[in-house]
Structure formats: C-alpha cells, structure tokens
Design a protein around this ligand. Structure first.
Ligand code: ADP
Ligand code: MG
Length: 487
C-alpha cells in the first residue's frame, strides 16, 4: 500500500479564473519594469496554474529562479494579489529542459490536476517551494461533476455584514454551521437585486461545509446549468441518473432560480427533485432576483419555495459600501488609498457591490500603472465615465416628482393611501416607471411609496401595461414621461 494519503474529501481550492488575471499581471510587470527587463527576465516565466492561495510558475533555469525570487517576487506577488487578494504565495520552479513553452491559448486552460513534481526537491531550495508537497496532497477533484466551480474569494471571511444583508448572512451561516437541516430554514431562499452578494453567500456556505464537514455532499449550480443538464439527460436518456445524483446530496444550492421561470419541463423536474430532497430532510438553498411570490412559476413550485426562510438582501447602505471597500483594501497588501477616496467611492457608486469593486480595482490598477499615489482628483479622472453613469441614474424621487408634475398632483400624493383615480392612477404610473427605470426591487419600491406592499406595486405594473395596450393617449403619456426621465 502506498504511504501517501491523498485526501479526496478535502475540497480543491482551484482557482480557475486566475489565468486571465495572469495576463494582466504580466502587463503590470511590463509597465513597472519596462520592456527590456521584462523581456530578459520576467517574460521567461511560464504560468502553470493557481489554487486559492498560490500561483505556480516555472522558469527555464535555476539561476533565473534565484534572480527572479530575489528581485521581482515581491512585486509579482503584489500584482497577483491585486487580482486576487486571497493569494499568499508564489511557487517558482525550474522546468525540465524538454518542457516547451506553451502558447497563449493553452495558457488560458486552467490546470486541472496537481502539478507533477518538475524537479526532485533539494533541501536547499527556497521557501517558495516549501509548501508544495502538502499542497499537491490536498488537491483532489471533488466527486461531483454536476456542480459549478466555487470562487475562492467568496467566503464568509470575505463577506462584510451590514444592516441590508444581516438576515441573509445569519441564515446562510446557520445553514453552513449546522449539520442537520435547519427547521424553518428549509429551503433558504435568498433574494435581492444584481450584485448584492447572493452568489457570494452560497459559495461561502459550500466552502464552509467542504472545509468543516467534508463528508456532507454539497452541490452548487446555477438554475441555468441545472436546466442544461436536465435537457441533456433527456436527450441521452439519462433522466433517471440525473435525478439520482441530486437526490443523493445533503445540501443542494441553485442560484438564479428566476432563470427557470416559464420553462415548464425544467420546472417540473426541479419541483420533483425539490420535493424528494425536502422529504428526505435535505437542505436546500435557492437564490433569485425576486421573492418566490413574484416569480413567474407554477403556483405549487412557488408556494413550496416560500415554505422555509425567505431572506431579502436590501440595496447597500453607505456604511456597508464603505465597510466593503475598507475590507478589500486591507487585503491588497501595500496599497494605500486615502480615506477620502474610499468615502467618495462609497458615496458615488451606489448601484451594487460588483460595480463598487470594479471601480476600486480600476483606481488601484491606474495608480500601479502610472506609479503615482491615489488622490481624489485621479480617482475622478479614472472613473469619469462610471461616475457620470451613476449620476445620471434615475431615482424613485425623480420619477415621483416628474410624474406628479405631469399629472398636476402633489408629490406627497405619491406616498398617500388616497384611492381617488386622479391620484391613484399617476401613482401607478410612477410605480411602473420605478420598476422599469431603476434596479429597485418590488418591496423596495413599495416602501418608497408610503410603505405599500410589493403586491400593490406588481398590480400597478400590470395595470399600466394593460391600459397602455388599449388607451393610446395614456400610452403616449407614459412614453413621454419615460423619455423625459431618461434625458
Ligand atoms: P449576486 O449573486 O447577488 O448578483 P455576487 O454574489 O456575485 O452578487 O456579488 C457581486 C460581487 O460583490 C462579488 O465580487 C462579491 O464578492 C461582492 N460582494 C457582494 N456583497 C458583498 C459583501 N457584503 N462583502 C464583500 N463582498 C461582497
Ligand atoms: Mg449571482
């Protein structure tokens, strides 16, 4: 028997998404050191792959390895960490003479297996390779091929909690930390607008379980992938096996379930899988961009989705945005950003966390490229297009004002409960436009119209659509209002 135990049950922390990042790291190195240095030293590095903590590189000679390690490793790691702050080290090895440089296309291929030991390790080899043995031993593909890969950055540790997401976060933690199914939390339904952290929380649950209770089988996949696999199974007459693989899991997570709406046979299969799992007392976590009651799906699926805990992730607050920026900066070792700039970003980029992260990355990348400190002025310059778009974003207040003005009613009528047609109809138009022209959810819109229920908003949207079809003048009014708001 072999003495090496390869722990299959430990999750792969494979960082599939790093290959394109490596291309950017190279560009940064080129910019930082100039073409000649890059050509003679850094260009000879070959990217071999990355996991959640380490980037693996090879160079042609031992001398080159020593030189790069002594002179450039710190910056290489720093640039890598700008792409992925969870990285903690580089592994630079000498590649055997017969290994050819791979072309750009193959370099984009993620490394699927542990790297073969390219050189017999000698005791004098530097610390850069010290952790390689344990690393190779922990890399093993988890059994499930049905699921999607997990993003190594999406962990609980990297999730900043604030008022808008505290319920969703607490529920996700409970699901992750409890071995048994959480009564009252099954299914856990996370809903909220784009870029507010739904996928992040689901991956965090999966990481937590894989690390702490690897015997529990977790599958995470998008509803889109679920549907694709289902259709494929039908085509290849493997429907039974398809069902079985889901029914043998302990925790099934399906992301962006709104994708399934309207797709009848997938809904049916989803429902059966769902029922089977709930009956067997398995945990389900589902996400969607709206609440179960607003999903365009069959009534029985809808009601079953709403059985457990429905946790709404609200739009971010200024404090949460600032907290997220601070946490990201802390992880980018050596990057200095004045608090004023962070406050400015948190104030200006209010749409969603994905855009906020994008803005921060752009500011940091620019500073690295030109080698200058980040200031409020450079930030405004680098982000001028994004800032303009955020400034132009239509708010519910704009809509209420514009619509009230158009119909000659008071803005306060937008918040009132008065049912007289003269105010009720304009209010419905304003709700309709809020749904169409902003990214706010139905409950959020309801709240902003004097604390109305989301069903009232939904009804308003439907009603306006119906009237537009039969009343030409009304349709023209709505069209005109839309154009005025968009200008
Ligand atoms: P969604 O699935 O809701 O569209 P994601 O989970 O993909 O959104 O989040 C978008 C980006 O914002 C991700 O990079 C994620 O890490 C980040 N993000 C969202 N919320 C938070 C948070 N509370 N703390 C840290 N990062 C967050
Ligand atoms: Mg998502």
């Amino acid at each position: 028997m072999s003495t090496t135990i390869v722990r299959e049950d430990i999750a792969v922390l494979e960082n599939e998404s790093f290959a394109p990042c490596w291309e950017r790291v190279k560009m940064r190195l080129k910019a930082a050191y100039g073409e000649p240095t890059f050509k003679s030293w850094l260009g000879a590095m070959q990217y071999e792959g990355a996991d959640a903590r380490q980037v693996q590189l090879t160079v042609p000679t031992r001398f080159m390895r020593e030189w790069i390690t002594a002179h450039y490793a710190e910056d290489i790691l720093r640039f890598c960490r700008m792409e992925d702050p969870s990285l903690i080290s580089l592994d630079i090895r000498v590649r055997p003479a017969h290994t050819p440089m791979v072309g750009a296309a193959t370099m984009l291929e993620p490394v699927k297996r542990p790297l073969p030991d390219l050189q017999p390790r000698r005791p004098e080899e530097s610390a850069w390779t010290a952790s390689t043995t344990s690393l190779a031993a922990t890399i093993a593909e988890p059994a499930e091929h049905v699921g999607a890969p997990l993003d190594p950055r999406f962990t609980f540790e990297n999730f900043v909690v604030g008022k808008p997401n505290e319920l969703a976060h607490a529920a996700a933690r409970r699901v992750a930390e409890n071995n048994a199914v959480m009564q009252g939390c099954n299914p856990l339904f996370l809903y909220g607008g784009v870029g507010l952290g739904k996928t992040h929380l689901m991956h965090a649950i999966a990481w937590h379980i894989r690390r702490n209770t690897p015997s529990r089988k977790v599958i995470y996949l998008s509803a889109e992938k679920f549907m694709y696999q289902f259709i494929r199974a039908l085509r290849f007459k493997e429907a039974l096996a398809f069902k079985e693989q889901f029914r043998s899991v302990d925790v099934l997570m399906i992301d962006d379930v709104q994708f399934i709406s309207g797709k009848d046979s997938t809904q049916e299969e989803f429902f059966h899988t769902f029922n089977a799992l709930v009956d067997q007392n398995k945990q389900l976590v589902i996400s969607g961009d709206r609440s179960p009651s607003d999903l365009d799906i069959e009534e029985r699926v809808r009601s079953r989705l709403g059985w457990g805990l429905v946790a709404d992730i609200h739009a971010t607050s200024y404090e949460l945005r600032l907290g997220i920026l601070q946490s990201k900066i802390e992880k980018m070792a050596g990057v200095q950003i004045p608090p004023k700039v962070l406050e400015f970003l948190a104030h200006k980029i209010s749409s969603n966390v994905r855009e906020l992260e994008g803005a921060l990355n752009r500011v940091v990348a620019h500073a690295t490229f030109v080698g200058k400190a980040v200031t409020l002025e450079t930030t405004q310059e680098v982000l001028h297009d994004l800032l303009r778009a955020n400034d132009r974003r239509i708010t519910i207040e704009d809509i209420q004002k514009q619509v009230a003005g158009h119909y000659n009613i008071k803005v306060s009528d937008m918040h009132s409960a008065r049912r007289a047609r003269a105010v009720a109809r304009p209010r419905q138009v304003a709700m309709y436009l809020s749904k169409r022209l902003t990214s706010k959810s139905l409950p959020e819109i309801g709240r902003r119209f004097g604390g109305k229920d989301h069903t009232t908003v939904m009804h308003a949207v439907k009603r306006v659509e119906e009237i537009c079809k039969i009343d030409n003048d009304f349709a023209q009014d709505v069209d005109l209002l839309t154009k005025m708001l968009q200008n």
